[in-house]
Design a protein around this ligand. Structure first.
Ligand SMILES: N[C@@H](CCC(=O)N[C@@H](CS)C(=O)NCC(=O)O)C(=O)O
Length: 240
């Protein structure tokens, strides 16, 4: 495998891998798949999709966490190594896809609401973002995200309504996880990188919200997060 540089925000806030769940997902995948990488700063101008994360590999710049993971899975297979989703049944692949898309295309916006639209969340965001971007643009980011939340739809609900929808997503995922070590069985699959990033990003965020309480209610999701942190994130503070 060519050398990989992973470009993402430079901080590990609140004892978590990253403030962006998509960055936490991709970095977790790299660790689970045992693919070496080095970290570098995020530059919007060079990001192929204008979003974080992106990687450089063998002279190419690739964007979108999922497109990158799928590319790396193909490279692992081509090298005779073991992609995380090797041997996955069609049914499990379908379940993994639906869970991931629910998290990324629906639950994600509830987290954004908690972080950017509520005043308590915004105070936390402002303090963290100030560490790596000019403070003057942070209110503009808030305005932009609030507008996006409105257009996407989640922002039109009360925080309680939106949080209940997010909590119900996690309840459904907790049901699928059951007492298995990973979402689809005994081995980590690509979907686990995404699920870990979202569960960890919700439980680790320093704001007590109905969304966070919704995740914390599920002992299996709490244990899942710890199991993955204990194995792949020993450089972060250990969880009790
Ligand atoms: N589908 C993309 C989503 C990435 C994404 O939305 N990243 C957010 C941070 S969590 C971002 O870069 N936002 C900045 C923007 O939209 O301008 C992926 O999987 O990489």
């Amino acid at each position: 495998m060519d050398e990989i540089t992973l470009h993402q925000p430079p901080t590990r806030p609140w004892g978590s891998p990253n403030l962006s769940p998509f960055c936490a997902k991709l970095e977790c995948y790299l660790r689970m798949a045992e693919i070496p990488y080095t970290l570098s700063r995020f530059g919007r101008g060079e990001s192929p999709k204008g979003k974080m994360p992106y990687i450089k590999i063998g002279g190419a710049v690739l964007g979108d966490s999922q497109l990158i993971i799928e590319d790396l899975e193909r490279r692992l297979a081509a090298e005779g190594k073991h992609p995380l989703d090797e041997g996955l049944s069609a049914r499990d692949a379908a379940i993994g896809r639906i869970v991931r898309r629910t998290l990324e295309e629906a639950t994600y916006f509830v987290g954004m609401y908690a972080r950017w639209k509520t005043n308590d969340g915004y105070a936390i965001q402002r303090a963290e973002f100030k560490k790596w971007i000019p403070g003057i643009i942070i209110p503009l980011i808030r305005r932009d995200i609030t507008k996006k939340l409105h257009h996407q739809g989640t922002g039109r609900h009360s925080f309680e309504e939106a949080s209940a929808m997010g909590a119900d997503d996690y309840a459904a995922i907790a049901e699928i996880l059951g007492d298995k070590p990973f979402l689809l069985g005994d081995k980590p699959r690509t979907v686990d990188a995404a699920l870990f990033a979202f569960v960890d990003g919700t439980l680790g965020y320093p704001l007590d919200s109905p969304l966070k309480q919704g995740v914390a209610r599920h002992a299996n999701l709490v244990a899942y997060r710890k199991r993955i942190r204990d194995r792949w994130w020993t450089d972060l503070p250990a969880l009790p």
